[in-house]
Design a protein around this ligand. Structure first.
Ligand code: AKG
Ligand code: FE2
Length: 381
């Protein structure tokens, strides 16, 4: 059966199959006062994911979404793009078929805690307040620690990966949050889709989520090449909800000062964003003398699309989601982006929680107001 057809089969709006009548039930009814009760599909209510680090329990995926993710991804075969210097992309358009991706967008919008992180950066004597121009949230821990169920009645504990000893409270600045079941299923399917011919998997241990509420929300040009991700990081980036442009441009060939790989604040800090590269740049030689024009890349990412950035891509290319002005910026309920990555040292965990949870308030989607609403009692890091 074609994958799309299978996905359509699991769509939530499909009327439930008619329940066969049993012999004890009346076969006809002339009464208008006692019609047959509607056939309400019963969902096995799986318990939500709970952890002391979560501000509230995070629901499990409804089965029509989890079945479609497990059995109908990838929805299409990926396209490999390596026709530019240092570029290695795998693009699934889509990875999750439209109906499932829209249902997943709505579910995650309503089920996850979000943050609008602010922080200060200092350049010389000047301190600047940065307001992250999107909502963010993060789950996961770097590979030096492992979440483990130590006994059935207590929440997942954190153990040192190599010794199995409990992680000391002082190891991390924020309490790491285990990836909830709803995102972990997605992580496993994306991991499978990224398994190479030798059976090697990226070993994603982090899930970062961005929510762009409107065309005003954005992420500036940056690369995700921090040292805490190791060499040649594999980053899978999934889009859900409204369509947005995804831009890529090669880093300048001569100026080595733009890499933000070593910065403690990492690439998600706007202060390290790169400006001054526009149009095409020359590529091919480290002295800038090369002749190959390097094209900027612009992709329209729709709901369910996934781009995987691999190999030398992060070390050499910048990417961004620019703001959208005017009517194009009016998105009904916005766009969610989910990236899966692998961090290999505790500094990665500290960085990701600091810049994606932070210490401000927690927001939840309000279906009546149709926007994110600040909660009084939201746990932050
Ligand atoms: O929203 C996107 O597609 C990109 C997000 C991104 O680049 C990031 O979170 O580092
Ligand atoms: Fe990024």
């Amino acid at each position: 059966m074609a994958k799309r057809t299978l996905d359509a089969f699991f769509k939530p709006s499909a009327p439930p199959p008619k329940r066969p009548k049993t012999s004890s039930e009346p076969t006809t009814s002339n009464s208008t006062t006692s019609p047959e009760p509607p056939n309400i599909p019963t969902e096995d209510p799986k318990p939500p994911s709970q952890h002391p680090s979560y501000p509230f329990p995070i629901p499990q995926l409804p089965s029509h979404i989890s079945i479609a993710l497990e059995h109908a991804t990838p929805a299409t075969q990926p396209k490999k793009t390596t026709n530019q210097p240092h570029l290695d992309l795998l693009t699934f358009q889509p990875y999750i078929a439209r109906q499932t991706s829209t249902a997943l967008f709505t579910f995650l919008l309503q089920s996850l805690p979000f943050y609008r992180v602010t922080y200060k950066i200092r350049r010389g004597p000047t301190e600047t307040q940065i307001n992250t121009p999107r909502f963010t949230t993060v789950f996961g821990v770097d590979s030096t620690s492992t979440f483990a169920q130590t006994d059935t009645s207590s929440p997942l504990g954190l153990l040192e990966t190599h010794t199995n000893n409990p992680v000391p409270k002082t190891k991390y600045q924020c309490v790491p949050r285990p990836i909830p079941a709803c995102l972990d299923l997605l992580r496993r399917t994306v991991e499978k889709a990224n398994t190479d011919s030798k059976g090697r998997t990226p070993g994603y241990n982090f899930c970062l989520v961005n929510y762009y509420a409107s065309g005003e929300d954005s992420i500036a040009f940056h690369s995700d090449d921090e040292r805490f991700l190791g060499a040649q990081p594999n980053i899978a980036s999934l889009s859900l909800g409204g369509e947005r442009d995804f831009l890529m441009k090669h880093k300048p060939f001569v100026d080595t000062g733009v890499s933000n790989g070593a910065g403690a604040a990492g690439t998600r800090v706007s202060g390290t964003r790169v400006t001054g590269v526009s149009g095409t740049v020359s590529g091919g030689g480290l002295d800038g003398s090369a002749t190959t024009p390097v094209q900027q890349i612009k992709m329209k990412l729709g709901s369910g699309d996934m781009v995987v950035m691999r190999g030398e891509t992060q070390a050499n290319w910048l990417h961004s989601i620019p703001k959208r002005k005017g009517r194009a910026g009016e998105m009904t309920r916005g766009r969610i982006n989910i990236t899966f990555r692998r961090a290999v040292v505790p500094g990665g965990t500290d960085n990701y929680y600091r810049y994606n949870v932070g210490s401000g308030g927690m927001y939840r989607w309000d279906e009546v107001a149709r926007k994110m609403v600040l909660q009084d009692d939201g746990k932050t890091c």
